[in-house]
Design a binder for this molecule. Structure first.
Ligand SMILES: *Cc1c(COP(=O)(O)O)cnc(C)c1O
Length: 470
């Protein structure tokens, strides 16, 4: 299985080559040259597999330069009951109104990003070991992605992590989660500034090509293909748990709270591979750029200044970084057309695919909807009353939109992207009491913290990396 660029300017390369890279050299995103297909009898034969076994089976279709037995070793190390709290790894929980939660947030940082990151940590260490290479991951975080990356890469050989975060602007829980890590290869740099300034420093340092190559800087952002591939697995897992093999065609719908379009893109790939998915229900919050696209065919990203800060903050995205991979399929994998659309985007701030809009649902199964702060609160409250389950604000957005798309005879799986305890202020506002803290995290706030506070200057971060890079 080789990978090419959505803009056509890259010689196809195997998985291990694209794993450590960000954007393709032509500015596009890497995608499989020919997405694998899973015949129905293969799918049925996967019913008996454990989560790590299914992971190795699905990922093996995307990765042919790692032997299957090694891949299984990696998924077994990534998906353990110790890390994810149960043998199932991804448990299902029934809700009212024909909905079921797909429990993706049982990992170390209580959010779905752990699932992709834990695999990424294993496969990075494996590939770097084979190449006798090292990598220094540089990133900025406002909370969630950074901590998932740190928990996945802590203690891994050949990798160090330099994570910038805005000093004093994360919740006490988020700070404790990141800064309590004591591993020597994890460096938390708390910057006296806001998230965008942290992000600017990362861009400046990664954009200095001499510095980047001298210190072998890498990233683990949401365009990393291995993350998408690892997310495809749980669509198969959810489908296998919701069907019993007796009904044909056995379609299932999935509702996905979306920001950078990484999670739902994995669902798109699962569907392209032949998984019987009826609808991919895309839920946005007030930042509804993607919902607008699926409704109208017009893609009009907003500036940072026009992006609202909402109570589902991980979906406060103005520009969905993975969207180009879907558009590539939408235009018939025509790289020249993708190049043209992104040129138009740069020039006009938007493009439109109105002519293709009827195919979004008919051919690709996509439908969309928006959820607001009031919807979020009402949903958290009613789900709690009716099912006794406290959902986080992002999952609540997906539940709200999913309810409008429930169909008789088609199970609806809602992807649970975080646990309620991570967003305690909104939970209190909705139900009047705090969310329960998982037993193993009760003393988190009391643990010693390891963090370097510094002024928001690129030169200081550069010096720090120069001294601590591996
Ligand atoms: C990252 C994140 C999302 C959005 O996922 P995308 O892959 O960016 O669409 C939704 N909810 C939570 C809790 C997240 O952390």
């Amino acid at each position: 299985m080789n990978y090419e660029s959505t803009r056509g300017g890259m010689t196809p390369r195997p998985f291990s080559d694209i794993l450590l890279e960000g954007l393709a050299p032509d500015g596009g995103l890497t995608v499989p040259v020919s997405p694998p297909r899973v015949p129905r009898d293969t799918l049925e034969a996967w019913r008996a597999l454990s989560y790590p076994e299914l992971g190795a089976a699905v990922l093996g279709l995307f990765i042919d330069d790692i032997p299957p037995s090694d891949l299984l070793r990696l998924t077994r190390a990534a998906y353990t009951p110790a890390l994810f709290g149960s043998r199932e790894i991804v448990p299902l929980k029934p809700l009212d109104g024909g909905l079921t939660l797909l429990g993706l947030s049982q990992g170390p940082t209580l959010a779905f990003k752990d699932i992709a990151m834990q695999f990424l940590g294993q496969v990075f260490e494996y590939v770097l070991g084979q190449r006798r290479a090292t990598l220094n991951i540089l990133g900025a975080t406002s909370g969630d992605t950074g901590s998932a990356a740190e928990y996945a890469l802590r203690g891994k050989r050949g990798v160090a992590v330099f994570m910038l975060s805005p000093h004093g602007r994360m919740s006490a829980f988020q700070r404790a989660q990141m800064y309590s890590l004591q591993d020597a290869n994890i460096h938390n740099l708390a910057m006296d500034g806001v998230f965008d300034e942290c992000q600017d420093i990362v861009k400046a340092l990664a954009g200095d090509l001499a510095f980047k190559s001298r210190y072998r800087l890498g990233a683990v952002n949401s365009i990393n293909w291995a993350r998408i591939a690892a997310q495809v697995v749980y669509y198969f897992w959810g489908w296998l748990r919701m069907t019993d093999g007796s009904r044909s065609p056995g379609e299932v719908s999935f509702a996905v709270p979306s920001g950078n379009f990484g999670n739902i893109l994995a669902g798109h790939f699962a569907r392209v591979m032949g998984l019987p998915i009826r609808h991919l229900v895309l839920a946005t919050n007030e930042n509804n750029v993607l919902e607008e696209f699926f409704r109208t065919g017009v893609y009009r990203p907003r500036s940072a200044a026009q992006t609202y800060a909402t109570s589902s903050p991980s979906m406060d995205i103005s520009r969905a970084s993975n969207f180009e991979r879907f558009v590539f399929d939408l235009v018939g994998r025509d790289a020249a057309r993708v190049r043209d659309l992104w040129q138009r985007l740069a020039a006009d701030g938007e493009f439109n695919l109105r002519d293709l809009q009827p195919s979004f649902e008919a051919r690709y199964g996509f439908v969309g909807g928006t959820s607001t702060h009031a919807d979020r609160l009402a949903t958290i409250r009613t789900v709690h009353e009716r099912s006794g389950v406290l959902v986080d604000p992002h999952t609540a957005d997906a539940i709200k939109v999913a309810r409008a798309h429930v169909e008789a005879g088609v199970p609806m799986l809602v992807l649970e992207t975080a646990l309620a305890v991570k967003f305690d202020a909104t939970i209190r506002e909705a139900v009047g009491h705090p969310a329960p803290v998982p037993a193993h995290l009760r003393n988190l706030l009391d643990l010693p913290q390891r963090v370097h506070v510094m002024a928001c200057q690129p030169a200081l971060v550069r010096d720090y990396i120069t001294q601590h890079a591996i």
